[in-house]
Design a protein around this ligand. Structure first.
Ligand code: HEM
Length: 159
């Protein structure tokens, strides 16, 4: 494992770059889509967010595998900052899966039904009710605090 330490760190950082580029698209989509009322535009914005999810998970996987490998290579298992990083990541993931995933899945489902012209048949008034949400702020707050905490733990290595 020690021989691969540097490669695990490279994978960890490449994962972070892929994750940040991909998830940035979802983050900006969440704020923009909330102000839209045209079902066609909302649908298009959600599609942009949708294509960013796959690469985001690839980045996340690289991040986690690289991080676990690097920790094993440098014999860091059990260090308080490693445990704390895992706890922070799990908390952010749980919040994302609870607050973001069901909501955006519901929005996509609601827009699935199409008229003969191929446009979503959903009533703009019903869509407006669904779009009136504070979720982007919650996700941005929890996700950004989590990311900053992770960077702090990685650089300062407290404990
Ligand atoms: C450590 C930081 C973060 C992690 C690990 C993370 C992880 C995730 C995961 C796993 C999902 C679920 C994707 C799915 O539906 O399968 C998600 C969704 C989402 N997250 Fe984050 N996230 C983070 C930070 C942020 C930030 C800062 C924002 C800013 C607003 C954000 C906004 C969103 C949005 C809008 C979605 C829904 C995407 C969609 O369904 O199109 N996340 N996140």
């Amino acid at each position: 494992m020690e021989a691969f330490y540097s490669w695990f760190v490279v994978a960890h950082l490449v994962g972070l770059v892929v994750f940040a580029i991909s998830h940035g698209a979802s983050a900006f989509m969440s704020f923009r889509v909330r102000n839209e009322r045209d079902p066609v535009v909302v649908d298009a914005l959600l599609k942009v967010g949708g294509i960013a999810v796959g690469p985001m998970y690839i980045g996340l996987l690289l991040l986690v595998v690289g991080g676990l490998g690097a920790a094993a290579g440098a014999n860091l298992w059990g260090q308080p900052w490693i445990i704390a990083s895992m706890v922070v990541l799990v908390v952010v993931l749980v919040v994302m899966w609870a607050v973001a995933s069901p909501y955006y899945m519901g929005l996509r489902k609601a827009l699935e039904e199409r008229g003969p012209d191929g446009r979503p048949t959903m009533e703009p008034a019903a869509l407006a009710v669904m779009l009136d949400t504070r979720r982007p702020e919650i996700l941005a707050l929890v996700g950004t605090v989590g990311l900053v905490l992770l960077v702090w733990l990685m650089v300062i290595k407290p404990g």
